[in-house]
Write a protein that binds this ligand. Structure first.
Ligand SMILES: [Zn+2]
Length: 394
């Protein structure tokens, strides 16, 4: 028995349409995972994600929940699912990415990393073992190993040093994770798991190596040797050029084990996801639908628009005329712009809601195209339309 089951429902070239059965939900891929940094999707209630968008999995950030309210509080409250009421799958990151984004605030050793909280400057320590303990207390369904994320433009030598540390940390993560599963530390454990599943947390490994193809291959080999339930590509969308990102995807994604889900961490834009799916990636997450939503940025099938633009003051069209979400069915660009200009919080929630619905619908369309054997045509048409910003009325 395993913590999750992966099935490829259809393949078209390197693109795959699959199903990930987790202990809490079945996830059809390609999938976009909304990011709930603090255990909540900013501005969008879980009711909408469940009933309207039918999101099957969301992401939560270990770093933020570690600092506040703290893993012991969440453990006492019965785990993250019980605390935030989301009953479907949750993936938690390891906290590494956030800590390494702090730059001046950290001290790195073989053991782990010391850092100062961005909230109050207090000192904290994270290691593979502590990250596994926090993620067990949260009770997420998919746990990520604790890795070091080098800068996107890191040189060959620095990247090699970093990936060797990441490989040692992956082995320590695996060992501690297994011990925690055996000791019953996981608050999300399900006794009556779906058939064939053991009700335990799943653990994903992370492939690093920045923009160096040889190091990406080596990282993949070493990560697969340890053995995980799924594999992620880390260290992309961290400031490198599109050429580097797409080059790494073209090099590594199809070499990753076919019999496990492939997750591209922190990506991305609709264009990036469509490209990555073509290389064989199954899972994505990114904060941009809600982050941009709060500053007036809407993603549409014809590219991005910013609702602050005066051109929308009398525009009665919905954010995206091709979108069927409840915001687009009801509200006009002119009204949402008015709300934004007036500082009404509904402007942010409406645009965030639409953006998430758009990302999730885009993944559903991509899946349909893969199943129908027309992914290349779909991708070319979608990318051409996304680049056609004039059509959105900008
Ligand atoms: Zn919409």
């Amino acid at each position: 028995m395993r913590p999750l089951r992966w099935n490829i429902d259809a393949a078209d070239g390197r693109a795959r349409a699959g199903t990930i059965a987790t202990r809490r939900s079945e996830i059809e891929t390609p999938v976009f995972m909304p990011v709930g940094t603090q255990g909540a999707i900013k501005g969008v209630r879980f009711e909408w994600l469940e009933q309207e968008m039918d999101a099957r999995i969301v992401l939560a950030n270990t770093y933020h929940l570690f600092l506040r309210p703290g893993p012991e509080t969440i453990r006492e409250l019965g785990g993250l699912h019980r605390f935030n009421t989301w009953g479907r799958a949750i993936l938690t990151d390891s906290g590494g990415f956030q800590v390494f984004s702090l730059n001046d605030l950290r001290r790195l050793t073989e053991e782990g990393v010391e850092f100062r909280s961005h909230l109050d400057g207090s000192k904290h320590f994270l290691s593979p073992e502590i990250s596994m303990e926090i993620q067990a207390a949260l009770g997420s369904d998919i746990v990520m190993v604790f890795d070091e994320c080098p800068p996107g433009d890191a040189g060959h030598e620095a990247t090699r040093t970093s990936l060797e540390l990441t490989a040692r940390w992956a082995a320590r993560s695996r060992q501690c994770f297994d011990e925690l599963q055996d000791s019953g530390s996981d608050t999300g454990r399900i006794e009556n798991a779906p058939e064939g599943l053991d009700g335990r947390q799943a653990l994903f490994g992370i492939i690093q190596g920045a923009g160096h193809f040889d190091l990406r291959s080596e990282s993949l080999e070493r990560t697969v040797a340890i053995g995980f339930d799924g594999y992620a590509i880390g260290g992309l969308s961290v400031g490198e050029s599109k050429e580097v990102m797409y080059g790494v995807l073209d090099h590594i994604a199809h070499q990753m084990p076919a019999d496990a889900p492939r997750y591209l961490m922190g990506v991305g834009t609709p264009e990036d996801m469509i490209t990555a799916i073509g290389h064989g990636v199954d899972m994505f997450d990114c904060v941009i639908p809600t982050r941009n939503g709060r500053t007036g940025g809407a993603f549409t099938s014809r590219g991005k628009l910013n609702i602050r633009n005066a051109a929308y003051a009398r525009d009665e069209r919905p954010l995206d005329p091709d979108c069927t979400c409840s915001v687009c069915r009801r509200y006009s660009r002119a009204y949402i712009r008015h709300l934004y200009q007036a500082g009404e919080m509904n402007a942010a929630t409406f645009i965030s809601h639409h953006n998430l619905a758009f990302f999730i619908a885009l993944m559903r369309e991509a899946r349909r195209a893969i199943i129908d054997g027309r992914y290349n045509e779909f991708a070319a048409a979608a990318l051409a339309k996304l680049g056609d910003e004039s059509a959105s009325g900008v």
